[in-house]
Design a protein around this ligand. Structure first.
Ligand code: BG6
Length: 506
């Protein structure tokens, strides 16, 4: 029996994240038997909803998972709504009373999991009230899950962390980076540490460069207000991209445990070079999408989006080169690229291996075409929307002569497997229930990530240059290509070329 006894209290219970991700994830855990009878959920937000209204919403949010009416009713009956002003001390007393009642009713043994899924401005206030108003004065575990963004720079993150640390121990703080719950991100460790052919080549002796891409085809949608203050650097690089980089760059842990993995990830991040302003200008480029045509549709530019300043200088695209100053990685560029309104949605990693020392096929007898340069071997990890790996090799073209032909060994998870893969949030919620914070970010990781991106942000904020524009649905501004070209490399993933060749992208 793996039933978890717990009271969830979700701050931001009416919000988009709760509705899109948290409630369906809880329902999946319910279906799988991780949550059975002994659990209750309190949803809080300012709106004056009733329990009935809240439960109707819960049922709507899980409709896509096709529960039976009885199943949906039974699940929703565990949900309680409490209208709550996070700054009003009195309201926490009401919340405590309800929590204690539910604890007794469902026999939750005092286990409490608080989920902060609302504006980060209030995180500090909420956690300090949890303590002062006695919500943690019960036996059982007390954990807090915190949504991103964790601060807006190192200073604010540090202050927030101090506020939280006065109430919760580090091991009870679960800072979410939902990429760490993705199946193929977790697979990075499997590829590296379960395959000697890769781990033995995993260093500057054999790898030329590594490319991390997180491309989104969507624009900012209805999140213009938040995004215009954040930009791609803080929204994606500070967290998801640097987390992926740390998994790729870390040393093999002595055991696959939370403690050991974290220690190695922290060390990897601490070896990432924190740039001077000059280095930032050389190694990082930004971009902002302008209007563009794709597949007979016209997409608006960023400045025309809802709740975005028409003179905005916020970047919707970042490409850059990170350097890691340690024995393993010295000299290997880690190129990163992320943006909104790019050609295609896709997260993929390309590990580009060094060329053979001598190309013996260059002038081979019978070669019919130029083969001055061989294609590099590339290991690609497909994170989403498809999941899998591929390895490109050079083979001999069938027939007379000795022409090289790039071939690709591929494995992709089937649609059925992808369909049945637990959602990132589902996995992360279960991890938090199990007290396993391996797939959450430790304060030392967050702190170092902010130090790394802060200098980039500050350099850009001081720059008088215009933000380079790129047409919606292209793969970013020219500067992003120049960045690699000046090192003699190129982006391996070029979906824009595919669409351009078919006349879908001008
Ligand atoms: C979030 C960002 O952290 O990640 C969003 O705030 C972004 O701007 C999202 O769209 C991407 O997540 P996913 O899982 O769709 O790749």
């Amino acid at each position: 029996m793996n039933e978890k006894k717990v009271l969830f209290t979700i701050f931001g219970g009416t919000g988009d994240l709760a509705q899109r991700k948290l409630y369906p994830s809880l329902f999946r855990l319910y279906r799988k038997g991780d949550l059975v009878e002994s659990f209750a959920v309190i949803g809080t937000a300012r709106r004056p909803w009733t329990n009935e209204k809240y439960r109707d919403i819960i049922k709507e949010t899980i409709a896509g998972l096709e529960p039976t009416t009885e199943e949906a009713e039974a699940f929703a009956s565990h949900f309680y709504y409490q209208s709550h002003d996070v700054q009003d001390t009195e309201h926490y007393n009401t919340l405590k009373k309800l929590s204690d009642e539910l604890d007794a009713k469902y026999q939750l043994e005092g286990n409490r999991l608080f989920y902060l899924a609302m504006s980060p401005n209030f995180f500090g206030t909420i956690v300090s009230h949890l303590k002062t108003q006695g919500m943690l004065d019960v036996n059982g575990y007390h954990r807090v899950i915190i949504e991103k963004p964790f601060g807006t720079d190192y200073e604010t993150a540090h202050q927030l962390n101090q506020e939280i640390a006065q109430v919760f121990q580090e091991e009870d703080i679960y800072r979410i980076d939902h990429y760490l719950g993705k199946e193929m991100i977790q697979n990075i460790s499997a590829i590296r540490f379960a395959n000697s052919i890769f781990e033995s080549l995993w260093s500057n002796r054999h790898i030329d460069n590594i490319q991390i891409n997180i491309a989104e085809d969507l624009g900012v949608e209805e999140r213009g207000g938040y995004y215009d203050k954040s930009g791609a650097l803080k929204d994606m690089v500070q967290n998801h991209i640097l987390q992926i980089l740390s998994l790729l760059a870390m040393e093999p842990p002595v055991a696959f445990s939370e403690k050991e993995i974290r220690a190695e990830k922290i060390k990897a991040l601490e070896a990432v070079r924190v740039y001077t302003p000059e280095e930032v200008s050389k190694n990082f480029v930004r971009g902002q999408y302008s209007a563009g045509d794709f597949d007979n549709k016209t997409f608006a530019g960023y400045k025309e989006e809802l709740n975005v300043d028409p003179d905005s200088k916020t970047e919707t695209f970042v490409a850059g080169k990170f350097l890691i100053d340690n024995f393993r990685w010295s000299g290997v560029p880690f190129y990163v690229r992320t943006g909104k309104r790019l050609t295609e949605k896709g997260t993929r990693i390309n590990v580009v291996f060094k060329q053979v020392p001598v190309n013996v096929f260059k002038d081979s007898v019978g070669a019919t075409c130029e083969q001055e340069v061989l294609e590099p071997n590339v290991l690609t990890i497909y994170i989403q929307p498809t999941e899998g790996f591929s390895l490109s090799l050079n083979g001999k073209e069938v027939g007379q002569g000795f022409n090289m032909l790039p071939i690709r060994l591929e494995h992709r998870n089937s649609a059925e497997i992808i369909e049945n893969t637990p959602e990132a949030y589902e996995k992360l919620m279960l991890d938090a229930l199990n007290g396993d914070s391996t797939n959450f970010t430790h304060w030392a990781e967050v702190a170092q990530s902010w130090r790394i991106v802060d200098t980039i942000r500050q350099t850009w904020d001081k720059a008088s240059t215009e933000v380079p524009q790129y047409p919606a649905r292209s793969m970013g501004p020219k500067e992003a290509y120049d960045l690699l070209a000046k090192d003699g490399f190129e982006w391996i993933w070029t979906p824009d070329e595919w669409y351009r060749e078919r006349g879908l992208l001008k």
